[in-house]
Design a protein around this ligand. Structure first.
Ligand SMILES: C[S@@+](CC[C@H](N)C(=O)[O-])C[C@H]1O[C@@H](n2cnc3c(N)ncnc32)[C@H](O)[C@@H]1O
Length: 374
Protein backbone atom coordinates (compact mmCIF):
# COMPACT_ATOMS: atom_id res chain seq x y z
CA UNK A 1 0.00 0.00 0.00
CA UNK A 2 1.40 3.45 -0.84
CA UNK A 3 1.94 6.07 1.84
CA UNK A 4 -0.89 8.56 2.49
CA UNK A 5 1.20 11.47 1.15
CA UNK A 6 1.84 9.61 -2.11
CA UNK A 7 -1.74 8.54 -2.67
CA UNK A 8 -3.37 11.92 -2.00
CA UNK A 9 -2.52 14.57 -4.58
CA UNK A 10 -3.20 18.21 -3.86
CA UNK A 11 -4.24 19.54 -7.28
CA UNK A 12 -5.62 22.89 -6.09
CA UNK A 13 -4.34 25.72 -8.23
CA UNK A 14 -4.80 28.24 -5.40
CA UNK A 15 -6.38 28.30 -1.92
CA UNK A 16 -10.15 28.81 -2.29
CA UNK A 17 -10.84 31.02 0.70
CA UNK A 18 -9.98 34.17 -1.32
CA UNK A 19 -12.30 33.08 -4.14
CA UNK A 20 -15.04 32.25 -1.66
CA UNK A 21 -14.78 35.71 -0.07
CA UNK A 22 -15.12 37.37 -3.48
CA UNK A 23 -18.04 35.08 -4.43
CA UNK A 24 -19.86 35.84 -1.15
CA UNK A 25 -19.54 39.59 -1.72
CA UNK A 26 -20.60 39.30 -5.36
CA UNK A 27 -23.45 36.88 -4.59
CA UNK A 28 -25.02 39.08 -1.93
CA UNK A 29 -25.23 41.90 -4.49
CA UNK A 30 -26.56 39.68 -7.28
CA UNK A 31 -30.22 39.60 -8.33
CA UNK A 32 -31.48 37.17 -7.15
CA UNK A 33 -29.01 36.98 -4.26
CA UNK A 34 -26.98 33.80 -3.75
CA UNK A 35 -24.11 32.38 -1.72
CA UNK A 36 -21.56 29.95 -3.20
CA UNK A 37 -22.67 26.27 -3.01
CA UNK A 38 -19.07 25.39 -2.10
CA UNK A 39 -19.83 26.82 1.38
CA UNK A 40 -21.83 23.66 2.06
CA UNK A 41 -18.92 21.32 1.45
CA UNK A 42 -16.33 21.18 4.17
CA UNK A 43 -15.68 18.31 6.58
CA UNK A 44 -18.56 19.23 8.88
CA UNK A 45 -20.80 19.90 5.86
CA UNK A 46 -20.11 16.42 4.55
CA UNK A 47 -20.91 14.91 7.96
CA UNK A 48 -24.21 16.82 8.03
CA UNK A 49 -24.99 15.79 4.46
CA UNK A 50 -24.38 12.18 5.52
CA UNK A 51 -27.04 12.59 8.23
CA UNK A 52 -29.48 14.02 5.66
CA UNK A 53 -28.71 11.18 3.24
CA UNK A 54 -29.52 8.64 5.97
CA UNK A 55 -32.85 10.26 6.91
CA UNK A 56 -35.92 8.23 5.96
CA UNK A 57 -37.75 10.63 3.59
CA UNK A 58 -34.53 11.43 1.70
CA UNK A 59 -34.88 8.81 -1.06
CA UNK A 60 -32.01 9.69 -3.48
CA UNK A 61 -29.21 7.79 -1.70
CA UNK A 62 -31.45 4.77 -1.16
CA UNK A 63 -32.50 4.75 -4.81
CA UNK A 64 -28.90 4.95 -5.99
CA UNK A 65 -27.88 2.08 -3.75
CA UNK A 66 -30.89 0.08 -4.98
CA UNK A 67 -29.76 0.53 -8.59
CA UNK A 68 -26.18 -0.36 -7.71
CA UNK A 69 -27.24 -3.38 -5.68
CA UNK A 70 -29.13 -4.89 -8.60
CA UNK A 71 -27.30 -3.50 -11.60
CA UNK A 72 -23.68 -2.74 -10.74
CA UNK A 73 -22.50 -5.78 -12.76
CA UNK A 74 -24.26 -4.39 -15.83
CA UNK A 75 -23.00 -0.86 -15.12
CA UNK A 76 -19.34 -1.82 -14.74
CA UNK A 77 -19.53 -3.97 -17.86
CA UNK A 78 -19.46 -0.59 -19.61
CA UNK A 79 -16.20 0.40 -17.92
CA UNK A 80 -13.38 -1.25 -19.85
CA UNK A 81 -10.50 -2.92 -18.05
CA UNK A 82 -7.54 -0.57 -17.78
CA UNK A 83 -9.66 2.53 -17.43
CA UNK A 84 -8.78 5.43 -15.18
CA UNK A 85 -11.88 6.09 -13.10
CA UNK A 86 -12.07 9.66 -11.77
CA UNK A 87 -14.92 10.31 -9.36
CA UNK A 88 -16.10 13.92 -9.15
CA UNK A 89 -17.19 14.92 -5.62
CA UNK A 90 -16.73 11.44 -4.18
CA UNK A 91 -18.03 12.16 -0.65
CA UNK A 92 -17.98 9.18 1.72
CA UNK A 93 -17.26 6.59 -1.04
CA UNK A 94 -20.17 4.49 0.20
CA UNK A 95 -21.52 3.79 -3.30
CA UNK A 96 -18.09 3.80 -4.93
CA UNK A 97 -17.16 0.63 -3.06
CA UNK A 98 -20.17 -1.14 -4.63
CA UNK A 99 -18.89 -0.31 -8.11
CA UNK A 100 -15.30 -1.24 -7.27
CA UNK A 101 -16.41 -4.59 -5.87
CA UNK A 102 -18.32 -5.26 -9.08
CA UNK A 103 -15.22 -4.32 -11.12
CA UNK A 104 -13.09 -6.61 -8.99
CA UNK A 105 -15.52 -9.47 -9.50
CA UNK A 106 -15.26 -8.97 -13.26
CA UNK A 107 -11.44 -8.83 -12.99
CA UNK A 108 -11.39 -5.37 -14.49
CA UNK A 109 -8.21 -3.44 -13.76
CA UNK A 110 -8.89 0.12 -12.67
CA UNK A 111 -6.93 3.12 -11.42
CA UNK A 112 -9.45 4.90 -9.26
CA UNK A 113 -9.03 8.61 -8.35
CA UNK A 114 -11.39 10.06 -5.74
CA UNK A 115 -11.76 13.83 -6.15
CA UNK A 116 -13.24 16.06 -3.47
CA UNK A 117 -12.88 19.52 -1.95
CA UNK A 118 -12.94 18.17 1.56
CA UNK A 119 -9.41 16.82 2.23
CA UNK A 120 -9.77 15.48 5.76
CA UNK A 121 -12.94 13.56 5.04
CA UNK A 122 -11.46 12.29 1.77
CA UNK A 123 -8.34 11.04 3.49
CA UNK A 124 -10.35 9.13 6.12
CA UNK A 125 -12.67 7.55 3.54
CA UNK A 126 -9.70 6.58 1.34
CA UNK A 127 -7.98 4.81 4.23
CA UNK A 128 -11.05 2.64 4.75
CA UNK A 129 -11.40 1.96 1.00
CA UNK A 130 -7.72 1.02 0.68
CA UNK A 131 -8.04 -1.45 3.51
CA UNK A 132 -11.14 -2.96 1.95
CA UNK A 133 -9.36 -3.48 -1.39
CA UNK A 134 -5.92 -4.30 0.01
CA UNK A 135 -6.09 -7.77 -1.57
CA UNK A 136 -7.35 -6.60 -4.97
CA UNK A 137 -4.17 -6.32 -7.05
CA UNK A 138 -5.97 -4.89 -10.10
CA UNK A 139 -7.48 -1.94 -8.20
CA UNK A 140 -5.33 1.12 -7.49
CA UNK A 141 -6.76 3.84 -5.27
CA UNK A 142 -5.69 7.48 -5.07
CA UNK A 143 -7.17 10.76 -3.88
CA UNK A 144 -7.29 14.17 -5.54
CA UNK A 145 -7.87 17.23 -3.38
CA UNK A 146 -9.46 19.97 -5.49
CA UNK A 147 -12.51 21.17 -7.37
CA UNK A 148 -13.88 19.89 -10.66
CA UNK A 149 -12.10 22.78 -12.37
CA UNK A 150 -8.80 21.94 -10.63
CA UNK A 151 -9.17 18.36 -11.85
CA UNK A 152 -9.86 19.38 -15.43
CA UNK A 153 -6.83 21.67 -15.34
CA UNK A 154 -4.72 18.84 -13.91
CA UNK A 155 -5.75 16.50 -16.76
CA UNK A 156 -5.23 19.15 -19.43
CA UNK A 157 -1.66 19.68 -18.23
CA UNK A 158 -0.79 16.30 -19.74
CA UNK A 159 -0.66 14.08 -16.67
CA UNK A 160 -0.18 10.42 -17.61
CA UNK A 161 -3.55 8.63 -17.38
CA UNK A 162 -3.23 5.79 -19.87
CA UNK A 163 -5.76 5.78 -22.71
CA UNK A 164 -9.23 5.86 -21.25
CA UNK A 165 -10.89 7.94 -18.56
CA UNK A 166 -14.33 7.23 -17.11
CA UNK A 167 -15.66 10.13 -15.06
CA UNK A 168 -18.00 9.03 -12.29
CA UNK A 169 -20.38 11.72 -10.98
CA UNK A 170 -22.88 10.34 -8.47
CA UNK A 171 -25.28 11.75 -5.88
CA UNK A 172 -27.16 13.90 -8.43
CA UNK A 173 -24.25 16.35 -8.01
CA UNK A 174 -24.05 17.15 -11.70
CA UNK A 175 -27.38 18.97 -11.44
CA UNK A 176 -26.25 21.35 -8.65
CA UNK A 177 -24.90 23.88 -11.15
CA UNK A 178 -28.02 23.65 -13.34
CA UNK A 179 -27.91 22.43 -16.96
CA UNK A 180 -25.44 25.14 -17.99
CA UNK A 181 -23.08 24.39 -15.10
CA UNK A 182 -23.25 20.64 -15.79
CA UNK A 183 -22.55 21.15 -19.48
CA UNK A 184 -19.59 23.42 -18.66
CA UNK A 185 -17.96 20.76 -16.47
CA UNK A 186 -18.69 17.95 -18.96
CA UNK A 187 -17.30 19.97 -21.87
CA UNK A 188 -14.22 21.10 -19.95
CA UNK A 189 -13.47 17.52 -18.88
CA UNK A 190 -13.98 16.28 -22.44
CA UNK A 191 -11.73 19.00 -23.85
CA UNK A 192 -9.00 18.23 -21.29
CA UNK A 193 -9.08 14.55 -22.31
CA UNK A 194 -9.04 15.38 -26.00
CA UNK A 195 -6.07 17.68 -25.51
CA UNK A 196 -4.30 14.85 -23.65
CA UNK A 197 -5.18 12.25 -26.33
CA UNK A 198 -7.48 10.34 -23.97
CA UNK A 199 -10.77 8.56 -24.67
CA UNK A 200 -13.50 9.44 -22.19
CA UNK A 201 -17.02 8.72 -21.03
CA UNK A 202 -19.17 9.80 -18.10
CA UNK A 203 -21.13 7.61 -15.70
CA UNK A 204 -23.54 9.93 -13.87
CA UNK A 205 -26.50 9.47 -11.59
CA UNK A 206 -29.48 11.78 -11.59
CA UNK A 207 -32.71 12.25 -9.66
CA UNK A 208 -35.72 12.15 -12.01
CA UNK A 209 -38.43 12.56 -9.35
CA UNK A 210 -40.83 15.38 -10.26
CA UNK A 211 -43.47 14.65 -7.63
CA UNK A 212 -43.73 17.82 -5.48
CA UNK A 213 -45.04 15.95 -2.45
CA UNK A 214 -42.22 13.45 -2.40
CA UNK A 215 -39.65 16.18 -3.01
CA UNK A 216 -40.93 18.43 -0.23
CA UNK A 217 -40.86 15.50 2.20
CA UNK A 218 -37.26 14.72 1.25
CA UNK A 219 -36.15 18.38 1.45
CA UNK A 220 -38.08 19.47 4.53
CA UNK A 221 -36.54 22.73 5.82
CA UNK A 222 -38.29 22.34 9.18
CA UNK A 223 -36.41 19.11 9.94
CA UNK A 224 -32.89 19.18 11.43
CA UNK A 225 -31.10 17.10 8.76
CA UNK A 226 -31.71 19.60 5.94
CA UNK A 227 -31.79 22.74 8.12
CA UNK A 228 -28.50 21.95 9.89
CA UNK A 229 -26.75 20.99 6.64
CA UNK A 230 -27.75 24.24 4.94
CA UNK A 231 -27.25 26.62 7.87
CA UNK A 232 -23.75 25.23 8.37
CA UNK A 233 -22.94 27.01 5.09
CA UNK A 234 -23.28 30.33 6.95
CA UNK A 235 -20.73 29.22 9.51
CA UNK A 236 -18.35 28.41 6.67
CA UNK A 237 -19.09 31.87 5.20
CA UNK A 238 -18.06 33.49 8.51
CA UNK A 239 -14.79 31.58 8.38
CA UNK A 240 -14.18 32.60 4.77
CA UNK A 241 -14.91 36.25 5.62
CA UNK A 242 -12.92 35.98 8.86
CA UNK A 243 -15.70 37.75 10.76
CA UNK A 244 -18.95 36.59 12.39
CA UNK A 245 -21.32 38.20 9.86
CA UNK A 246 -24.03 35.54 9.89
CA UNK A 247 -25.63 34.61 13.23
CA UNK A 248 -27.47 31.26 13.09
CA UNK A 249 -30.41 32.60 15.15
CA UNK A 250 -31.12 35.22 12.43
CA UNK A 251 -31.63 32.65 9.68
CA UNK A 252 -33.95 29.94 8.53
CA UNK A 253 -34.12 27.74 5.43
CA UNK A 254 -36.64 27.92 2.59
CA UNK A 255 -37.27 25.20 -0.01
CA UNK A 256 -39.43 25.29 -3.11
CA UNK A 257 -39.88 22.98 -6.07
CA UNK A 258 -39.56 24.91 -9.31
CA UNK A 259 -41.35 22.63 -11.79
CA UNK A 260 -40.56 24.89 -14.77
CA UNK A 261 -36.83 24.48 -14.24
CA UNK A 262 -37.15 20.93 -12.83
CA UNK A 263 -35.24 21.76 -9.66
CA UNK A 264 -35.51 22.05 -5.91
CA UNK A 265 -34.36 25.52 -4.89
CA UNK A 266 -32.91 25.84 -1.38
CA UNK A 267 -32.34 29.28 0.16
CA UNK A 268 -31.08 30.95 3.31
CA UNK A 269 -33.70 33.41 4.60
CA UNK A 270 -33.21 36.05 7.35
CA UNK A 271 -35.99 36.00 9.95
CA UNK A 272 -35.55 39.74 10.68
CA UNK A 273 -34.15 42.77 8.90
CA UNK A 274 -30.34 42.57 8.88
CA UNK A 275 -27.63 45.12 8.20
CA UNK A 276 -24.02 43.92 8.20
CA UNK A 277 -20.57 44.58 6.76
CA UNK A 278 -18.88 41.80 4.81
CA UNK A 279 -15.73 43.86 4.26
CA UNK A 280 -14.48 47.04 5.95
CA UNK A 281 -14.21 49.12 2.78
CA UNK A 282 -17.63 48.23 1.40
CA UNK A 283 -21.01 49.76 2.22
CA UNK A 284 -23.13 47.59 4.52
CA UNK A 285 -25.42 44.89 3.12
CA UNK A 286 -29.03 45.35 4.11
CA UNK A 287 -31.55 42.49 3.88
CA UNK A 288 -35.29 42.55 4.50
CA UNK A 289 -36.75 39.72 6.58
CA UNK A 290 -37.83 36.95 4.20
CA UNK A 291 -35.30 37.75 1.42
CA UNK A 292 -34.29 34.52 -0.28
CA UNK A 293 -30.56 33.95 -0.77
CA UNK A 294 -29.95 30.87 -2.85
CA UNK A 295 -27.83 28.20 -1.13
CA UNK A 296 -28.02 25.43 -3.74
CA UNK A 297 -30.29 23.92 -6.35
CA UNK A 298 -30.86 20.23 -6.97
CA UNK A 299 -32.02 19.35 -10.47
CA UNK A 300 -34.78 16.78 -10.96
CA UNK A 301 -34.22 15.89 -14.60
CA UNK A 302 -36.29 13.38 -16.52
CA UNK A 303 -34.40 11.04 -18.87
CA UNK A 304 -35.39 13.35 -21.74
CA UNK A 305 -34.00 16.37 -19.91
CA UNK A 306 -30.79 14.46 -19.18
CA UNK A 307 -30.51 13.59 -22.87
CA UNK A 308 -30.91 17.28 -23.75
CA UNK A 309 -28.21 18.32 -21.25
CA UNK A 310 -25.88 15.65 -22.63
CA UNK A 311 -26.63 16.72 -26.19
CA UNK A 312 -25.69 20.31 -25.35
CA UNK A 313 -22.30 19.03 -24.19
CA UNK A 314 -21.77 17.05 -27.44
CA UNK A 315 -22.54 13.80 -25.62
CA UNK A 316 -25.24 11.19 -25.99
CA UNK A 317 -26.94 8.85 -23.58
CA UNK A 318 -25.58 5.41 -24.42
CA UNK A 319 -27.16 3.44 -21.54
CA UNK A 320 -29.69 4.11 -18.79
CA UNK A 321 -30.20 2.11 -15.59
CA UNK A 322 -33.37 3.12 -13.73
CA UNK A 323 -34.78 2.15 -10.36
CA UNK A 324 -38.06 0.27 -10.23
CA UNK A 325 -40.16 3.40 -9.52
CA UNK A 326 -38.60 5.27 -12.44
CA UNK A 327 -37.45 8.19 -10.27
CA UNK A 328 -33.68 7.74 -10.25
CA UNK A 329 -31.22 6.70 -12.91
CA UNK A 330 -27.60 6.10 -13.79
CA UNK A 331 -26.62 7.18 -17.30
CA UNK A 332 -23.62 6.41 -19.44
CA UNK A 333 -22.79 9.47 -21.52
CA UNK A 334 -20.45 9.07 -24.49
CA UNK A 335 -19.18 11.44 -27.16
CA UNK A 336 -21.45 11.71 -30.19
CA UNK A 337 -20.52 8.75 -32.35
CA UNK A 338 -18.60 9.85 -35.45
CA UNK A 339 -19.42 8.05 -38.72
CA UNK A 340 -16.31 5.91 -38.33
CA UNK A 341 -15.57 5.72 -34.67
CA UNK A 342 -12.05 6.33 -33.40
CA UNK A 343 -13.30 6.21 -29.84
CA UNK A 344 -11.29 3.52 -28.07
CA UNK A 345 -14.27 2.73 -25.86
CA UNK A 346 -16.19 1.43 -28.84
CA UNK A 347 -13.45 -1.01 -29.83
CA UNK A 348 -13.35 -2.71 -26.46
CA UNK A 349 -14.63 -6.25 -26.81
CA UNK A 350 -15.48 -6.50 -23.13
CA UNK A 351 -18.41 -4.13 -23.66
CA UNK A 352 -21.81 -5.69 -23.77
CA UNK A 353 -23.76 -5.39 -26.98
CA UNK A 354 -26.71 -3.49 -25.47
CA UNK A 355 -28.25 -1.17 -28.03
CA UNK A 356 -27.69 2.56 -27.71
CA UNK A 357 -30.38 4.35 -25.76
CA UNK A 358 -31.55 1.22 -23.95
CA UNK A 359 -33.02 1.51 -20.47
CA UNK A 360 -32.60 -1.15 -17.80
CA UNK A 361 -34.75 -1.14 -14.69
CA UNK A 362 -34.06 -2.81 -11.37
CA UNK A 363 -34.55 -5.17 -9.68
CA UNK A 364 -35.61 -7.42 -12.58
CA UNK A 365 -33.89 -5.90 -15.57
CA UNK A 366 -36.23 -5.30 -18.47
CA UNK A 367 -34.71 -3.84 -21.58
CA UNK A 368 -36.83 -1.14 -23.17
CA UNK A 369 -35.76 0.19 -26.50
CA UNK A 370 -35.97 3.95 -26.76
CA UNK A 371 -35.19 6.30 -29.57
CA UNK A 372 -31.55 7.22 -29.86
CA UNK A 373 -31.11 10.16 -27.49
CA UNK A 374 -29.09 12.20 -29.93
C1 LIG B 1 -24.15 15.63 -2.99
S1 LIG B 1 -22.58 15.20 -2.39
C2 LIG B 1 -22.38 13.65 -3.22
C3 LIG B 1 -21.33 12.80 -2.59
C4 LIG B 1 -21.16 11.42 -3.24
N1 LIG B 1 -20.76 11.55 -4.63
C5 LIG B 1 -22.44 10.64 -3.15
O1 LIG B 1 -22.99 10.29 -4.21
O2 LIG B 1 -22.87 10.33 -2.04
C6 LIG B 1 -21.54 16.29 -3.35
C7 LIG B 1 -20.04 16.02 -3.19
O3 LIG B 1 -19.33 16.82 -4.15
C8 LIG B 1 -18.30 17.54 -3.51
N2 LIG B 1 -18.20 18.81 -4.24
C9 LIG B 1 -19.10 19.82 -4.29
N3 LIG B 1 -18.69 20.78 -5.13
C10 LIG B 1 -17.50 20.37 -5.62
C11 LIG B 1 -16.58 20.93 -6.55
N4 LIG B 1 -16.83 22.12 -7.13
N5 LIG B 1 -15.46 20.24 -6.84
C12 LIG B 1 -15.22 19.01 -6.25
N6 LIG B 1 -16.06 18.43 -5.38
C13 LIG B 1 -17.18 19.10 -5.07
C14 LIG B 1 -18.75 17.70 -2.07
O4 LIG B 1 -17.68 17.89 -1.17
C15 LIG B 1 -19.49 16.39 -1.83
O5 LIG B 1 -18.61 15.38 -1.39
Amino acid sequence: MSSPAARMLDIRRAPWEGDLRAEIVEGLQAEPARLPPLLLWDDEGLRLFGALAQSTPYYPGRKEREILKHQSASIVSQIPSGTVLIEFGCGDLDKTRMLLHAMNQQHRAVSYYALDVSAEELSGSLDALEQEFAGAASIEIRGLHGTYEDCVHWIAQGVSLGKLVTFLWMGNSMTNGGPVGAQAVLQQAAAACQRNGLGFQFLVSCDACQDPERLMAAYDPAQPPLRDFILHGLDHANRALQRPVFQPADWTVHVQYDARHAMVDVSYVPVRELVFHVEDKRPPVSLQAGTKIRAITSGKWSPEQMAAVAHGAQLQVERTWMDDDGIYAFYLLCPHAPAQSTDPFRKDESRTSMPRGSVTRSPNPVVIETADAC
